[in-house]
Design a protein around this ligand. Structure first.
Ligand code: GDD
Length: 438
């Protein structure tokens, strides 16, 4: 992949945010060692071989709630072959069991493409039991089930991904109509993770455009209705601390993003649609140097954020204006309540939400639920409880020859590498064999 060179980097403590890099070539071929433009720092080029290496170490989590079969099939087909797919579904199970249909789609896909995958239903009582047993009762609501919400699905997906022992994790929505866009996002994750380097990195995608039908014509709008607002407030926060206005954040709401697993398990997760902007906020809280952090080791190095503008348009299910307003309200609620949010930004958020009618004049925005990092979970207990109690949990393994067992998505004895942070360490001590539902 060939990308524009990021000539600007904004710092916030140990967090370094590179400005948006546009994709120039989705496939730039092998590294021939004679790339003049790269030598002149006009572009950055990531060889196809390196992208493939990272893909083989990448888990792609797909949160899904009541999307159609054809669209899900398209999304799966766009995820590069060597990535491990983790489906976390919150689809209706009555009157028709849509999750059963999703599992059927995934199993069939894995069978014909010979690849492994994991899937679980967010509202499976067995999942709630596993999450509780692993030490994250906050994720479970009064009804005894894991809370609804996209952030919650991503948290479950991250915990499953951590079990796989792979080094990178990315997220793609299940409602993307363009399989080629999914492929480009995953390639961009790999390219960005390579370019970011280091153990603590994040890649966030900004879509080239978002097509909409307007007066019978296709209009390719540049920014989503939520992104525009959320980016503006996040940039304002950075500007308040640096004393210089900035527009460096172009991906505040990015549903498509990837991280090194080392970083993913250290970050907290916000509920629902606050999840994506909160990843930025938590980076600033934990690695911005303003608050005490349990990760002093990370402060010594840097946390690199690479932002990539895709070539593909983002063509997805339009869930309406109210949905978009709800999404940006959740994002702004999370920013408002951050301990590092300066009073001037708080006031501006309050004013904005009042003007939108999202809150009553003079009232404070509601808080969003914030969950602890996956690193605090006892993942070995989580896994054992999942296998024992979660009837919706499926592990599909790669079968190289019909009837012969191949690669399991979770290989128990080597669950995580040596760099696993506190909390994940328990995994390493367990030597039991994985029980695989093939
Ligand atoms: N498992 C699970 N649980 N999945 C969910 C849930 C849930 O409670 N809620 C939504 N999803 C899935 C949807 O099925 C879809 O695949 C994906 O999460 C995104 O949800 P949408 O409701 O389709 O969001 P959107 O497309 O309007 O917004 C997307 O883009 C925004 C940026 O503009 C999302 O990715 C947002 O998170 C993002 O900020």
């Amino acid at each position: 992949m060939r990308l524009e060179y990021p000539h600007r980097t904004e710092r916030f403590g140990a967090v370094r945010i590179r400005n948006l890099q546009r994709v120039i070539e989705i496939d730039s071929g092998p590294d021939r060692g004679d790339d003049l433009a790269s030598d002149l720092a006009a572009v950055q080029c990531v060889p196809t071989s390196r992208i493939r290496e990272i893909e083989a170490d990448l888990v792609v989590v797909v949160p899904c709630k009541n999307e159609t079969r054809k669209v899900i099939e398209g999304v799966l087909s766009g995820i590069p072959h060597d990535c491990l797919i983790v489906l976390v579904s919150n689809s209706d199970r009555v009157p028709v069991d849509q999750y059963a249909e999703e599992v059927e789609v995934l199993e069939q896909f894995c069978r014909v493409s010979q690849r492994p995958a994991l899937s679980v239903h967010q509202r499976d009582p067995g999942l709630a039991a596993a999450v509780k047993a692993a030490g994250m009762p906050e994720l479970v609501g009064d009804d005894g089930l894991v809370h609804n919400g996209k952030g919650e699905a991503m948290l479950v997906g991250t915990a499953l991904a951590a079990l796989s022992g792979r080094r990178y994790i990315g997220y793609v929505d299940a409602d993307n109509y363009v399989p080629g866009a999914v492929t480009e996002y995953c390639k961009a994750y790999a390219a960005g993770l390579h370019l970011a380097g280091g153990p603590f990195s994040m890649v966030r995608i900004c879509w080239g455009s978002k097509p909409k039908l307007r007066d019978g014509r296709m209009f390719f709008s540049r920014w989503g209705r939520s992104s525009e607002v959320v980016n503006q407030f996040l940039n304002r926060l950075i500007g308040e601390y640096s004393g210089f206005g900035t527009d460096v954040i172009a991906t505040g709401n990015s549903g498509e993003h990837a991280l090194t697993m080392d970083l993913a398990v250290r970050l907290r997760t916000a509920s629902g649609f606050a999840v994506e902007p909160y990843h930025f906020i938590d980076l600033f809280e934990q690695f911005g140097g303003l608050l005490d952090t349990p990760h002093a080791d990370v402060l010594g190095s840097s946390v690199n954020v690479v932002q990539i503008e895709s070539r593909n348009p983002h063509f997805h299910d339009d869930k309406g204006a109210e949905h978009v307003q709800g999404m940006r309200t959740q994002a702004l609620n999370a920013l408002y309540h951050s301990p590092i949010c300066p009073p001037s930004v708080r006031d501006a958020i309050q004013e904005f939400l009042e003007a939108e009618g999202a809150i009553e004049p003079g009232t404070r925005p509601p808080t969003e639920r914030i969950y602890p990092p996956v690193a605090t979970m006892a993942l070995d207990i989580f896994y054992d409880a999942l296998v024992a109690e979660a009837s919706s949990f499926r592990q599909m393994q790669r079968r190289e020859i019909v009837g012969v067992r191949g690669d399991a998505p979770i290989r128990r004895p080597a669950l995580l590498g040596d760099s696993a942070p506190a909390g994940c360490g328990e995994l390493l001590s367990s030597q039991a064999d994985a029980s695989v539902d093939a």
